[in-house]
Design a protein around this ligand. Structure first.
Ligand code: SF4
Length: 163
């Protein structure tokens, strides 16, 4: 199956802080999680994608949070620069990739204002999580692309096996 994967989860240094969130090499993942992840990588067609970099944002860049999670969306950096448009472009780029390549499932990085699928930071830069989705995860799910995060590898594996 074709799977869109957040580039940072694959070890690419595209995060805002210039680092990655590698599952395979990350100390916060168990051996079992790494095994499942490697199975998914080896048995499927992987499309590495970073919405923010695809929209032209540099690495490193200032951290950003969603200030308004409903239309009109608003995403700001921690110095109050409005970066809503590049975040929307990144989401659209991800959806275009899924549509063009008939990708029906994505593994995206949790808690990101682009990629988070269940929780996001609340827009106050106080490390406070709330229920919600990043702009890319939201747009993909609205267009029937099933989104999982890196804590849901078992669920992703089952989805792939049954679809
Ligand atoms: S936008 Fe997504 S893929 Fe890019 S660094 Fe952030 S979480 Fe990772």
């Amino acid at each position: 199956m074709k799977v869109l994967v957040s580039s940072c989860l694959l070890g690419e240094d595209v995060r805002y802080d210039g680092n990655n969130s590698s599952i395979a090499m990350g100390a916060s993942f168990t051996f079992s999680q790494k095994e499942i992840f490697m199975d998914i990588l080896c048995d499927n067609e992987i499309y590495s994608f970073c919405p923010e970099v695809s929209a032209g944002l540099g690495t490193p860049r200032l951290p950003a949070e969603i200030v308004s999670a409903n239309k009109p969306f608003k995403v700001e950096t921690n110095n109050e620069e409005d970066v809503t448009i590049p975040f929307l472009i990144g989401a659209k780029n991800a959806l275009d990739t899924c549509k063009n390549d008939d990708i029906k499932v994505a593994l995206l990085k949790s808690k990101s204002p682009s990629c988070g699928n269940l929780k996001i930071y609340d827009g106050t830069f106080s490390n406070t999580l709330v229920d919600g989705q990043g702009l890319t995860a939201k747009l993909l799910e609205e267009n029937d692309v099933k989104v999982f995060n890196e804590t849901q590898l078992e669920e992703l594996k089952k989805f792939i096996e049954t679809n």
